[in-house]
Structure formats: C-alpha cells, structure tokens
Design a protein around this ligand. Structure first.
Ligand SMILES: Cc1cc2nc3c(=O)[nH]c(=O)nc-3n(C[C@H](O)[C@H](O)[C@H](O)COP(=O)(O)OP(=O)(O)OC[C@H]3O[C@@H](n4cnc5c(N)ncnc54)[C@H](O)[C@@H]3O)c2cc1C
Length: 414
C-alpha cells in the first residue's frame, strides 16, 4: 500500500503541502476543524463590511476535488502520539507514516485571556463577523443614546496592535466613519468618531522600512486615526482600556496583537519558543522524527539568526518544502534543508493607499494600493472569488460604499 501522509490544517501551509502530492504515489488525509480554507489577509475586509465571508473562503474539499489521492475530513485534532504514529481527533484516531502539522496560530493576550471577551481578535470568519457586528452595533447604539458622554464612548473605537492587521483595520474603520456612514444617521455624525490605533513598540508596521512606516502613519492620520506608539495597554474592562497610563472610554475594542501557536504543539513533546511555536530541524522535521514535519505559523524556523515571520509566504514555502521532503524520504534520499525566499511585504491603509516593500520596490500611495489589490486578487483561490472581490472593490471605490453592512447574531449577546 502507498505510504499514508496526514496533514493537519488546510491553511496556506497545509494546502500547499497537499498540492505537492498531486501526482505522487501516496495517500493523503487532510484534517481540519473547519470545512473551509480562509484567505486571512482579507479577513479585515469581512470585519469592516467590505466583503462577504464566501468571497474570501473556499471549501477545502472543493479545492482538492481533482486530487484523487487526497481525502478530506472535518475533524478537530486533539492529540498527536509520535511514538505510536497516531493522530487523535473528535471523530476517531488515524495512523500515519508521515505527518505534516500545519495547524497555525491564534492571537494572544499576553497572559490576560479574560480580555478576549471585550477585545476580540481576528483569525476566523466567525471572528470577522463578530467584529463587524460590534462595529455596526456601536453606531446603532450611539444613534439612540442621548447622553453626550455615553455617545462619545460608543463612537470611540480602539484597535490594539500596529502590525498589518491593526493598520488595515484602523484604515478601514476610518473610511467607514468618514465616508461610508456619512449622512446615514440623524442623531450622530459618524465622521466625528474617534479611532485610536495603539502600538506598544516605537512604530506601526515594524517590519517595513522607516520611510514606509512614516507614510503609513501619515495615511492613517489623514483618515482621522489617532496613532499612538510606545503605548502599552495595561487593562481592558467594561469601560474601555487603560493605555500608556491613560483611561480611554471606548465601547469597541479590537485586538490585533500577539501570537500564540496552536496548542497541538505541546503534544509533540519537543522544545517550544515563548509563543508556543515548535523548534524544527533544518529539514522542517522535529528532532528524532524524520517523519514528522511542522510548518507555517506553528513552526519556529530560524534563518540567518532570526525567526521567520508568521506570514502567508513563509507558510506556503514551508508547506511545499515539507511535502517534497516527505517524497525524498520515501525515495530513501536525505531531507533537504529549508531556505525561505522573501518576496517582500505589502499592507494597505484604507481606500487608495498602501505600502509595498518588495525587493528594490519601496513605494507608498495609490500605485502601491493598485499593486496590493492585484496581488491579493492573484492570491485568492478560485475564479469566482477573484471576480466577485474585484467587482466589490471597484464598486466600493467608485461609490465609497460597503455593501455588507449587516448586523447578524444576537443584538444583546455582547
Ligand atoms: C487577520 C490576519 C491578517 C493577515 N494578513 C496577512 C497579510 O496581509 N500577508 C501575509 O503574508 N500574512 C498575513 N497573515 C498571516 C497569514 O495568514 C498566516 O501566516 C498564515 O495563514 C499561516 O498559515 P498556516 O497554514 O500556518 O495557518 P492557518 O492559515 O492559520 O491554517 C491553520 C489551519 O489549521 C486548522 N486547525 C487549527 N487547529 C486545528 C486542530 N486542532 N484540528 C484541526 N484543524 C486545526 C485551522 O482551522 C486552519 O484551517 C494574516 C493573518 C491574520 C490572522
């Protein structure tokens, strides 16, 4: 019988691993707790009512429909036993010859898990819908509120974390408040909303060159976003946050900071870094197990003395490399060390503004935004998604509108 490869996770890393096996003589089982792959870089657009969940996600079963040697199971993996070579799920136990663990990471609250309820993070489609609900509900509640101080609190939005996700969320909120909702309310002016982006480090977009960081901050400020750097959040409660020693009364707090690796890492019984990510060998396998690979956000791979960042390109390249190493092992060849090729970074700041840092190309502004837009269309999975997203963006660009302003879920379940 052909060797059995189990892949845990159908994110960027897991899917790219599965695809490498398309013509290989192996049996592939992909396990994921969700039935869909999410294009996470555009989650903030669902959270800010620009796109629908279906525009940025596709069923994993559908993505792999032509790959006859691959089966997909909806299953939550609860443990891995590297001695018995088994994976335990909520729906039974699977045995493997080779294992690729690609279960990703989640946001972290730096030891304050109780903050999550007041300050939700963004990782899944459900998270994005919850953020959208909270943002739109805040405007609705402000419209009914008669006390000016309470109204002010309802129209104050705090985003914690000045990485790409925080910057993109802040930019999109600025655009919603200043353009999309203008004239839609009778008792409040959405454009008077206060949007704060709080970053503990010295600047936003820390991984970008200085010039682009400054350009991003300027674009945010043009959208009315108050950017505070060197500002550490020390409390999150029913009233808002305490940041940099100051209390900020805010109804809506969105979390875009910190990373904690999938708890599955613990069951591998190997060293983990501070974020719970797995230290791997140069071939992306774990020490003493040439048949177990860890890739993507769950993997702590150090290259040239620095850990690789948790971004899609790293996950994709690691996933594909681990799969190629599985095929090498099956052929009796040694595992090849992994080396990441960095194609660069991009981030957008609201309508018509972005920063691009790719090789010698370091630009900001409108052309950078068009580049960002085309890149994301290219990356999206499926022709339908590309077509729908492009037409939604074109429509929003022309009309300043966001079509998906729907409040779903229970109004009072906050
Ligand atoms: C809001 C946001 C914006 C981002 N923006 C960018 C960007 O602009 N550019 C960029 O390069 N990167 C961006 N990233 C980072 C990028 O999305 C990640 O680096 C990438 O998704 C990591 O891929 P992965 O396959 O390791 O994990 P993921 O894509 O997270 O996939 C993990 C998969 O494992 C599944 N899973 C987890 N635990 C289990 C379990 N116990 N059992 C079964 N299945 C499980 C999950 O359901 C998921 O499908 C962003 C991330 C977020 C959250």
């Amino acid at each position: 019988m052909d060797p059995h490869v189990i892949i845990i996770g159908g994110g960027f890393a897991g899917l790219d691993a599965a695809r490498v096996f398309a013509d290989a003589r192996v049996r592939v089982t992909l396990l994921d707790r969700h039935n869909h792959h999410v294009f996470q870089p555009l989650l903030y657009q669902v959270a800010t009512a620009a796109l629908s969940p279906g525009d940025i996600a596709s069923p994993i079963r559908w993505i792999l429909r032509h790959q006859q040697n691959a089966e997909v199971f909806l299953a939550d993996v609860t443990a891995i036993d590297t001695t018995a070579r088994t994976v335990t799920t909520d729906g039974g136990t699977f045995s493997y010859d080779f294992l690729i663990v690609a279960s990703g990471a989640n946001h972290a609250y730096f030891g304050h898990d109780d903050w999550e309820e007041r300050a939700p993070g963004l990782k899944t489609l459900d998270d994005a819908l919850e953020m959208r609900r909270r943002v739109l509900l805040a405007f609705e509640a402000a419209e009914r509120e008669t006390d000016p101080a309470a109204q002010r609190r309802l129209l104050t939005f705090v985003i914690v974390g000045g990485g790409p996700t925080g910057v993109e969320l802040a930019g999109a909120l600025g655009e919603i408040a200043r353009h999309t909702l203008r004239g839609n309310f009778r008792h409040v002016q959405p454009e008077s909303s206060r949007i704060l982006l709080l970053e503990g480090g010295p600047s936003v977009l820390a991984t970008f060159p200085e010039k682009l960081r400054r350009a991003a901050q300027k674009s945010l400020e043009k959208l009315g976003v108050e950017v505070r750097t060197g500002c550490v959040v020390t409390a999150v409660d029913a009233d808002g946050v305490i940041a940099g020693g100051e209390r900020i009364a805010a109804q809506t707090i969105l979390w875009a900071a910190g990373v904690a690796a999938s708890p599955l890492a613990k069951s591998l019984g190997v060293p983990l870094d501070r974020a719970g990510r797995v230290a791997v060998e140069p071939g992306l396998n774990i020490a003493g197990h040439p048949e177990v690979f860890v890739v993507g956000d769950l993997c702590a791979f150090v290259q040239d003395g620095k850990p690789l960042p948790g971004v899609a390109q790293v996950a994709k390249q690691e996933g594909a490399h681990a799969a190629r190493n599985v095929l090498r092992a099956i052929r009796g060849e040694p595992l090849q060390p992994f080396r990441y090729i960095n194609f660069g970074n991009v981030a957008t700041i609201g309508r018509g503004s972005a920063v691009v840092d790719i090789g010698p190309l370091r630009v900001s502004g409108w052309f950078a935004w068009v580049f960002w837009l085309l890149l994301h269309i290219f990356w999206l999975i499926g022709f339908r998604n590309r077509f729908v997203v492009l037409s939604e963006w074109a429509w929003s660009y022309i009309t300043f509108q966001r079509r998906i302003r729907l409040i779903t879920g229970t109004k009072d379940s906050r």
